[in-house]
Write a protein that binds this ligand. Structure first.
Ligand SMILES: NC(=O)c1ccc[n+]([C@@H]2O[C@H](COP(=O)([O-])OP(=O)(O)OC[C@H]3O[C@@H](n4cnc5c(N)ncnc54)[C@H](OP(=O)(O)O)[C@@H]3O)[C@@H](O)[C@H]2O)c1
Length: 514
């Protein structure tokens, strides 16, 4: 029997993956929350895993006045606050010396030539080969104008020797028309290959594992179709309310916030055909085909195939909490939905007539993101003369968060002299098998941008396809304001109408205790 050769304790673990290209990351909005909570911890995790080039630097840009030193101190304090076990004292010093800061207003034309000069200096100091990516950790209204000003200053120009890329954060528009406008603004001055539309959901291992699970195992793909699958449920539930984001959320709502982006990504990865390779466009072509195959919801069908809700008073983790309309920066008569459920159908040979039910909401019973695939029941015939009165269908659940794993539910005989059935679970938990890695979900995505891999980023056509699906719902909901808000209590699984959406089809949501 072969034994693994043990490494001496002092040897660092070998790097898994390619080191990033030399480059400068320019963060617009470097004094903000996203930078502090996600971007800096993710960069530090990459440095600790030896995935960051030694020729790497960061230039932070925001309004606050700060020296480079003050910026370094600030990011140290932030990382300590948000991710204390992320700080590795052995690497922090060299890591933080690569950080620089420049104060200015994004709307100021004069800022961009100054950024250009600063990038030239940093490039000289760190030999970053003039590769630069711009991370727009800013309000979406800045995306188009910042990229236009970068281009006008020559800061988006690439050559055979160096690249220029830009990462933008969702929301990519607030409806189909504005998404198209944003794409046009970006594509006027940059190539699609330079644009990385980030959806941090796709940084999660389990989301990436959907492809590995489906395509690296021979046993699932043959049953992954309308012949064996009864329906699919995609459920993204949060226990928290709007958490201080009232002014943004009240203009967006759950449908805009979650469905065209996160949930469409989950649907397309679950339903797509096997791509011919892991090449970015091969994968994204298959995802886009699914988004285009989703049956458009007609105006007449909107009310029977979608449900909206808003939370009222209730309890969260045993404590009393108050209604959405009482949250700071939310209108006291707000009609914004904090819950949405929909029934979608995919018009292709694999999925015809298999409903995909999705729901997402705030202040629900449990925090969980799951994809549940329910298989068709086995024929009952054999059990007719036994005490068994019905058969439970098999359920395969892909757990995305907070637990990451996969479980399969099936029937087993309850021990004893008579034939009785119980439902049992086969469980795989990521953490149990692979241990816990410090991760924000941004590591993989930042690294992919630095090596030029766009697989996990949304392409312009995918963004527009996602909005095309929800746009009729947005229009009808706007024309017919809800009359019964709030219509679900905090701490529950959402409004009764959402249960009825499935009950009409003889199905039920997979609810569970916290
Ligand atoms: N926070 C998250 O976890 C998270 C998650 C997903 C997506 N996002 C998205 O990421 C973006 C940024 O979010 P955030 O939470 O980091 O926002 P934030 O905390 O409000 O930070 C905004 C940053 O932009 C800077 N800024 C604003 N206006 C400016 C201007 N005119 N000129 C120069 N700098 C300006 C601010 O600088 P000063 O402070 O110096 O004024 C600050 O550094 C948003 O689009 C958000 O929707 C955030």
């Amino acid at each position: 029997m072969a034994h693994a050769v043990e490494q001496p304790a002092a040897t660092p673990p070998p790097r898994v993956g390619k080191q990033s290209d030399p480059c400068i990351m320019t963060i617009f909005g470097a004094a903000g929350d996203l930078t502090a909570r996600m971007l800096i911890p993710a960069l530090h995790n990459l440095a600790r895993a030896d995935l960051l080039s030694k020729e790497f630097a960061v230039l932070g840009v925001a309004r606050s006045q700060m020296t480079d030193e003050a910026f370094r101190k600030r990011i140290y304090d932030d990382v300590k606050q948000y991710c204390s076990d992320c700080i590795d004292p052995a690497t922090w010093d060299t890591f933080s010396k690569r950080f620089y800061y420049f104060a200015g207003d994004f709307s100021d034309e004069k800022l961009y030539p100054q950024i250009k000069d600063r990038l030239t200096q940093i490039d000289r100091e760190h030999s970053t080969h003039q590769n630069v990516f711009y991370y727009l950790a800013t309000a979406p209204s800045f995306f188009g104008p910042i990229v236009a000003k970068l281009a006008a200053t020559g800061l988006m120009e690439q050559s055979n020797d160096h690249w220029r890329r830009v990462i933008i954060e969702k929301p990519f528009g607030h409806d189909l028309e504005s998404a198209k406008t944003l794409n046009q603004q970006l594509l006027k001055v940059a190539d699609e290959k330079q644009i990385y539309r980030i959806d941090h959901y796709l940084g999660k291992e389990t989301v990436q594992n959907i492809m590995a699970f489906r395509f690296a195992n021979g046993i699932f793909e043959p049953v992954w179709n309308r012949r064996y699958i009864d329906h699919v449920q995609i459920s993204v539930s949060e226990t928290v309310g709007v958490e201080g984001r009232g002014s943004y959320f009240d203009t967006a709502g759950s449908l805009r916030d979650m469905v065209p982006n996160h949930i469409m990504q989950l649907i397309s990865l679950t339903a797509m055909e096997p791509p011919i390779s892991f090449d970015a466009n091969a994968v994204r072509d298959e995802q886009a085909k699914i988004l285009h195959a989703i049956q458009p919801i007609s105006d007449e069908d909107v009310l029977s195939r979608s449900v909206r809700g808003q939370y009222g008073d209730g309890t969260e983790s045993g404590a009393r909490v108050t209604a959405y309309r009482t949250e700071p920066d939310v209108a006291p008569d707000s009609r914004t939905e904090t819950f949405v459920a929909m029934k979608l159908l995919i018009d292709n040979w694999r999925w015809a007539d298999v409903p995909f039910y999705l729901r997402t909401g705030k202040r629900m019973t449990a925090r969980s993101t799951q994809i549940m695939i329910q298989f068709r029941r086995a024929p009952f015939v054999l059990f007719r003369d036994t005490p068994v009165d019905h058969l439970m269908p098999n359920q395969l659940v892909l757990h995305i968060q907070p637990e990451e794993g996969i479980s399969l539910q099936f029937a087993a005989k309850v021990p004893g002299p008579v034939m009785r059935l119980g439902t049992v679970d086969m469980n795989f938990e990521y953490q149990e098998y692979f241990g816990k890695q410090p991760s924000t979900g941004y590591e993989r995505l930042l690294h992919d941008c630095m090596i030029g891999d766009q697989t996990l980023f949304q392409r312009a056509d995918m963004v527009e396809a996602g909005w095309s699906i929800v746009n009729p719902v947005l229009d009808i909901w706007k024309a017919l304001p809800p009359r019964n808000f709030p219509n679900y209590a905090s701490g529950t699984w959402g409004p009764k109408d959402a249960d009825e959406l499935l009950e009409r089809d003889g199905r039920r949501w997979r609810n569970f205790e916290k």
